[in-house]
Write a protein of this length. Structure first.
Lengths: 305, 305
């Protein structure tokens, strides 16, 4: 079952207490693809400038990422520069240069329009709606957004919600969009606006999946070292959607498993700068981490009650 | 197997966005006992002033709480007044009047000295050590503390850690005590200082149990309404220790279950002011909530990997 992601492709410069990078390949589409490709082939739609290091994309292509939808435009690539606090719990954006991303109008190649699983990375909700006009009959559409769009394009975003199956946002975004401080009330509110599945990412505290008739919680993997949180949310979405696409199964049982694959990929993402960790993750490591999540939360049903 | 708690018995005045109370029975020993008594009889050692509403204690006595260790001293009872922020995520202490609690020197009645499960609520670590001198052969000693003691009596606290089995603290306390910001590193540090079990409470994000060879995480119950967080941590400890005492089993499997009973009791605590909710909780409600925790975190092992 084909899996499509539309989102940003960037060059990130990240400062953490443990070191820094300059013009390192990143962006929502690439973090998503690097993680998802470990489970299932991925089709990417995005744009890069003429200065983009194409070799980084070729390395992804060798691992099952179809780049036929990556447009190479004249001009500078999208650049983001951010600095994390000493404890990695907050970050400050130092610089954003949109470059060719400013004129990005996603064009879905004909070969991608049959995609059954679609992830709309964090871009202008008008463009996200435009993508939905181009895909034929997706089985599950998931979508991310951010505070910037919640504030500046709320009406378009609310319209978009009516056309998607799953919203994947972090806790702050869920609160801002819903006006509810309680995270479960926020998720409940989202379910009244269109999506039948609300996923709320909580960083080091894991993530929640809320459907109309059940709630699932996956903790974050207990890492004693966190290196660079950049892209963890998109890697989470990649693991989640990659598992759904490879199994072609959106049942409750499989969605719960998909959340765990998401959390596993999120945990790999933060272990190194950028998405380097995904270049070396083996199937055995993924299986071991998923088993570790079971050990982490498992308890026997009490005998009496 | 007898279960003993030593801690504060207070009159709390609490201001929340949803209402307020004045001179309401509380304190670590009573929140612990109210929760634990739903699972197993509890022996309480503490002190109240001559102004304490004895009827509140008698209500607990009818539910399996042995008050033979509650001293009634001349003077004013311990009073605490606090105000919660609009979202209940932080609180400010408006007033603390120690009253007779200032002179509290726990005397364990002869009939309580055989206690097999002991919880040392948050009091001066010198007094906590003094309690350990009075109990004969406990099977498991758990202990709470707070930033005030971490700052003012660090050496005594470190000595105490060498004599207990389980430290139960919140994330901020674990960080301050260990000097480690990462919560898993903080727990690991605690395990090098004496206790073989470290429990770190994370409020709305649940709690972690770390032993030398395993880590267990229980989320918080997904409540869409939280009324008053006061005492939730002590109720958590009460559920945890109550389950251990009634089963007389400190195996890994049973400790995992005990964490869930702790989280269940913590979730009941916040549903009403003070420990009122525990006056009505039924065995059926407890069993249903424990089952709900299983539903919340359960996922099937993936077929392949």
């Amino acid at each position: 079952m084909s899996l499509l992601v539309v989102g940003s492709i960037a060059l990130d410069s990240v400062l953490t207490p443990f070191g820094d990078t300059a013009d390192d390949p990143g962006g929502s589409a690439l973090f998503f693809a690097a993680a998802a490709a470990l489970l299932h082939p991925v089709q990417v739609v995005g744009v890069v400038g003429s200065d983009y290091p194409w070799s980084a994309l070729e390395a992804l292509a060798r691992r099952g990422v179809d780049l036929a939808g990556v447009e190479r435009a004249e001009g500078e690539s999208f650049r983001w520069k951010g600095k994390y606090s000493y404890d990695l719990s907050s970050r400050e954006t130092l610089e954003t240069r949109l470059g060719v991303f400013a004129g990005f109008r996603p064009k879905i190649p004909a070969a991608f329009r049959d995609a059954r699983f679609v992830f709309l990375g964090n871009i202008d909700p008008e463009l996200q709606l435009g993508v939905l006009d181009q895909v034929k009959e997706p089985k599950l559409v998931a979508c991310d957004t951010m505070n910037y769009w919640i504030q500046s394009k709320r009406d378009v975003l609310l319209e978009l919600l009516r056309h998607i199956d799953m919203l994947i946002v972090n806790d702050g975004e869920a609160r801002e969009l819903s006006g509810e401080w309680n995270i479960y009330r926020a998720a409940r509110w989202l379910l009244t606006r269109g999506p039948r599945l609300a996923v709320i990412k909580q960083g080091e505290h894991g993530a929640i999946l809320m459907a109309h008739d059940y709630t699932f919680k996956v903790p974050a993997y207990p890492l004693e070292e966190v290196f660079d949180p950049t892209g963890a949310g998109d890697a989470f979405a990649g693991g989640l959607m990659g598992h759904l696409a490879r199994s072609n199964d959106v049942s409750e049982a499989n969605l719960r498993q998909a959340m765990v694959y998401g959390a596993a990929m999120g945990s790999f993402a933060v272990e190194e700068f950028g998405f380097r960790r995904f270049e070396r993750v083996t199937a055995g490591e993924i299986a071991a981490r998923v088993r570790a999540f079971r050990d982490l939360v498992h308890f026997d049903a009490p005998a009496g009650g």
